[in-house]
Design a protein around this ligand. Structure first.
Ligand code: SF4
Length: 179
């Protein structure tokens, strides 16, 4: 059983102040998410943590099924400069990684973070896992593991909408699987 109060102190310490505990069984995994990666995403094959360098959808479903508890981290943001989203994503991902490590060291051996945006820890990604510069730090996104983020966060009553322009306020999400 997770010591939620102690973990929540770690979340806050790492800048993840808006969080919701969920049952991992409430995570929705869907084939259409993977198809959206294959067709229409300009990062397909360009990042070593994105499809096609991830498990098949059925394996992703099995992976999530091996956990009972997860945390949704909500990052609402509006950026005046759309290009600033890359640096913002990189910094949030680095915090999530540091958080995952502390949660692991606190005794949760299965702790696993799903980044808010595609890895981006390096300025340029070689795009293949064999050449990843920081394999110990690279993590996939939730959508990279075929999670239907829209359905999953809406189940918790959290806001998420399709955005038509870059200057609209964003509701971005990251996840931590804990056990
Ligand atoms: S750590 Fe660097 S090389 Fe590895 S997936 Fe992330 S951005 Fe790419």
């Amino acid at each position: 059983m997770a010591d939620r109060e102690a973990l929540e102190r770690l979340f806050t310490k790492h800048g993840c102040e808006a969080f919701t505990w969920i049952e991992a069984a409430d995570i929705v995994v869907a084939q259409w998410v993977r198809v959206k990666c294959l067709f229409g995403c300009d990062e397909y094959g360009m990042n070593a943590t994105c499809p096609p360098h991830v498990p098949a959808v059925d394996e992703c479903k099995r992976f999530f099924g091996e956990y009972t508890t997860a945390v949704v981290f909500h990052f609402p943001k509006r950026l005046d400069d759309p290009d600033a989203r890359h640096d913002w994503g990189k910094s949030v991902n680095a915090s999530l990684l540091a958080l995952e490590r502390e949660v692991f060291l606190a005794g949760y051996h299965k702790a696993f973070a799903l980044f808010m945006s595609s890895c981006g820890l390096c300025n340029e990604c070689p795009g293949v896992p064999e050449e990843c510069r920081h394999p110990e730090s690279a993590r996939p996104t939730a959508e990279g593991l075929a999670m239907d983020v829209f359905s999953t966060v809406r189940k918790c009553g959290l806001p998420i909408e399709v955005l038509a322009t870059y200057d609209e306020p964003m509701n971005r999400y990251a996840f931590l699987l804990v056990e």
